[in-house]
Design a protein around this ligand. Structure first.
Ligand SMILES: Cc1cc2nc3c(=O)[nH]c(=O)nc-3n(C[C@H](O)[C@H](O)[C@H](O)COP(=O)(O)OP(=O)(O)OC[C@H]3O[C@@H](n4cnc5c(N)ncnc54)[C@H](O)[C@@H]3O)c2cc1C
Length: 539
């Protein structure tokens, strides 16, 4: 069963070795195991539902466990609230529609009871997308998980239509059985959904080969309070602005995406993941830039800084293997500044071979040492397990969060330094943080910068939250000041909303608020997310 206050399936754990714990101890100090509230205690604290029963249908559940399970997502403030039992608002009811008509009926019901509606995919948001707002109006969360079927596969055009609540593994299982793949693998793949990916402009780990969700999303149907919007899956169109881009990133503000048509690819004949180590980050970055600007047909390029490389090796387990690797790299002259690059090659056998040769040639020119497939394959096999580490760290008293941005190549090194610098200086009383970064998605013009920061949780949840707010605020301000986007892939939600005006401008935000008012005249869809009330986004 899925954990109610942590990540993932409660039968899966991610143990940490004694050496890994020592590494953390040295980095930030000893953690103090938290005193978490119990599930029965939280359930007993739920206020009664304010939703009155719907006449004519019983789609809405109001039992406390379901309401609790939909109260928070996966951001660090969500974790602190769940573990500390400080959840300020719960949905009053949760519905699980099975078709578009039921979604429309639920929206009509919500309007009738003057409620607010939160569209819900997998609940994996890390920026406060699905948290019920406080206030007088009852909140209905609409969980799309029962709309999870492949309803049409046009294999001639390579288009597949799904119910928008389909989760990552269900997408791939249904497509792979028919010889296709979507190739969209966010780290939250196990639980996040197609509708959530579209609504947050998600990026999968192999977006270099398959494209981000905006390249994959061809069309669909949005059910809004004001009516239905149908987006045909044209291969291309010059008929005015592309309305798909209103839906991409709409974060549940405009309506509910009930079905989505996506561009799929035939299953690749061959796939390989390799690791290459560079003497320093500058060399790694130069090699990566050449690979991507040379349009090499790769599906993944992921370059870690020296600190992230050290951290990954320390936390990976497999101590004997890592010892051998360190010796080998030492012999080749690579020291503590070494950086790991993961490369993915996907395609037919000949294409993979040619791309590998070309990439390795470039790497060599920048001092790269190719260590073969073992580390790459290990990363690939464990890539959806890494989030389980959050549970273990929490139990040892460590909080961990990530943040991300994107900028042009010219600004990548300075931006990276400024984000990490802001994080390291953010906490008072010499409380230490451990920050490390990788370039997670690369483009000919620039890269996304993905920083993880780890710090000690305090005995008092409010203090943990204050530490997080200081860290997140400092890093977000550094991103905005250096001209980066406030999000490359996690979206805006509530946590990034204050920073959005810096990149959209006042006129841009006003235009978005006008669009939201057109789709949702009574302001019932996910208020406070993406647009704040001061921007006309909340009624
Ligand atoms: C451990 C972890 C790793 C992650 N890794 C990545 C990553 O690699 N790449 C990445 O892009 N993101 C990542 N994320 C962030 C998150 O998984 C994505 O934002 C994801 O797209 C959210 O999908 P979801 O189905 O869980 O949506 P939810 O969290 O349920 O909802 C997110 C937003 O989408 C809206 N929404 C959901 N479904 C619909 C619908 N059918 N119609 C209209 N609106 C809808 C919601 O109202 C909400 O505003 C990660 C998160 C975690 C916790």
């Amino acid at each position: 069963m899925r954990r109610w206050n942590g990540w993932g399936d409660d039968t899966i754990t991610y143990p940490l070795s004694a050496n890994a714990l020592e590494f953390l101890h040295e980095a930030v100090g000893p953690g103090v195991p938290p005193r978490d509230v119990t599930l029965p205690a939280v359930l007993a604290s739920l206020p009664p539902s304010r939703l009155r029963p719907a006449s004519g249908f019983d789609l809405v559940r109001t039992d406390p466990l379901e309401r609790l399970r939909h109260a928070r997502g996966q951001s660090l403030p969500d974790w602190v609230a769940l573990h500390g039992g400080r959840i300020t608002a719960f949905p009053d009811g949760v519905a699980f529609p099975t078709n578009r008509e039921e979604v429309a009926r639920l929206l009509a019901y919500a309007a009738e009871v003057e409620g607010r509606v939160i569209p819900y995919g997998g609940g994996t948001s890390v920026v406060g997308h699905i948290n019920p707002p406080a206030g007088e109006r009852p909140v209905l969360t609409i969980n799309m998980r029962r709309m999870n079927q492949l309803t049409r596969l046009d294999s001639i055009s390579q288009l597949a239509t799904f119910g928008a609540g389909v989760a990552g593994p269900e997408v791939e299982a249904q497509l792979r059985a028919r010889g296709f793949t979507l190739g969209h693998y966010p780290q939250s793949f196990e639980f996040s959904t197609l509708g959530g990916w579209v609504a947050t402009r998600s990026s999968g780990q192999q977006s270099l080969g398959y494209g981000r969700i905006e390249n994959l999303f061809a069309g669909g149907v949005l059910v809004a309070p004001a009516g239905e919007l149908r987006l045909p899956p044209f291969p291309a169109s010059a008929a005015g602005p592309d309305l798909r881009h209103l839906i991409l990133g709409s974060e549940g503000r405009l309506g509910i995406l009930t079905e989505a048509t996506v561009r799929v690819s035939p299953l690749p004949e061959h796939e390989e993941f390799h690791a290459i180590f560079f003497p320093d980050f500058g060399g790694g970055m130069a090699a990566v830039r050449r690979m991507v600007q040379g349009r090499l047909p790769l599906s993944l390029l992921r370059l870690s800084t020296p600190m992230e490389t050290r951290t990954m090796l320390a936390l990976a387990g497999h101590e004997r293997l890592i010892g051998l690797l360190e010796t080998l790299l030492g012999v080749r002259g690579l020291g503590p500044e070494k950086c790991m690059l993961l490369c993915g090659f996907t395609g037919d056998a000949a294409g993979v071979r040619d791309a590998r040769h070309a990439a390795l040639d470039i790497a060599k020119e920048h001092g790269g040492v190719h260590v073969g497939r073992r580390f790459g394959e290990q990363w690939m096999e464990g890539r959806f397990r890494t989030p389980y580490l959050r549970n273990t760290l929490w139990e040892y008293g460590y909080a961990i969060d990530t943040l991300e941005t994107a900028t042009t190549w010219e600004h990548v090194p300075r931006m990276l330094e400024q984000i990490e610098g802001a994080l390291r200086a953010a906490l008072p009383d010499n409380e230490r943080i451990h920050a490390f970064t990788h370039l997670s998605h690369v483009y000919p013009q620039g890269a996304s910068i993905y920083t993880t920061y780890l710090f000690r949780a305090a005995a008092d949840p409010e203090q943990t939250l204050a530490r997080w707010a200081a860290l997140k605020g400092a890093a977000s301000k550094a991103i905005v000041a250096a001209g980066g986007t406030i999000s490359h892939q996690h979206g805006v939600g509530r946590d990034h909303a204050p920073y959005l005006v810096a990149e959209k401008g006042v006129l841009g935000l006003a235009a978005l608020a006008d669009v939201a008012a057109r789709f949702d005249p009574d302001g019932m869809m996910n208020p406070g997310v993406l647009l704040r009330s001061s921007e006309g986004g909340e009624s």
